[in-house]
Design a protein around this ligand. Structure first.
Ligand SMILES: [Zn+2]
Length: 190
């Protein structure tokens, strides 16, 4: 009887301690259906590290998705020589990215990488020459090394993955091939 009671008291104290610890340490994560996009760099050659940097940039800039290495192959990244960098999106968050070594000697490799991954995340090209945009690609010239999506671009991706904008989701989730971004055809001003 006595032993049993002490046992309960100890158990209750332990539970309190755990609960307190939980409040202190574990920041309760919001219940979300964030998509994990596993990217595979086994064929990315010298661009594997840059792929990791690009993943961090997108993870920091967006919500509702997480690019993660070594967990699968939603996104395969390839190093190629010649023919131009491009992206093939099979569905939102899934596809293949090809980085052309020759173009990466002219343009910022990190900007190319984040741009091409941007296509996989649902963004179209926007060749307006604006270096503050990521999806302006090569239209911003070789001197533009900005690897960061604008707030507008990042928010659009977050919204696509939140699935809260049906029209954009439909637009962004379809299969598509994105070529000729480096250099890009200059947009007509007007
Ligand atoms: Zn592009």
């Amino acid at each position: 009887m006595m032993t049993s009671r002490i046992g309960r008291v100890v158990a209750a104290s332990a539970a309190t301690a755990v609960a307190t610890l939980g409040v202190t340490v574990a920041n309760p994560a919001p219940a979300s259906a964030a998509m994990t996009i596993c990217y595979n760099t086994s064929q990315a050659g010298s661009f594997a590290g840059i792929a990791g940097q690009a993943a961090s940039i997108w993870n920091n800039a967006t919500t509702n998705l997480t690019l993660s290495a070594n967990c699968g192959s939603n996104l395969r990244i390839y190093q190629i020589t010649g023919g131009g960098s491009y992206a093939i999106r099979t569905s939102l968050g899934n596809g293949r990215v090809y980085i052309d070594t020759q173009q990466a000697q002219q343009y910022s490799p990190l900007r190319i990488m984040t741009h091409e991954i941007g296509h996989i995340l649902g963004l179209p090209d926007n060749y307006n020459g604006n270096c503050s945009l990521l999806m302006s690609g090569g239209s911003a010239g070789t001197s533009c090394t900005n690897p960061y999506p604008s707030t507008t671009e990042a928010n659009r991706v977050s919204n696509l993955f939140a699935g809260t904008r049906a029209a954009e989701r439909a637009e962004g989730s379809g299969s598509a091939v994105f070529r000729d971004s480096w250099p890009a055809v200059a947009a007509t001003v007007g």
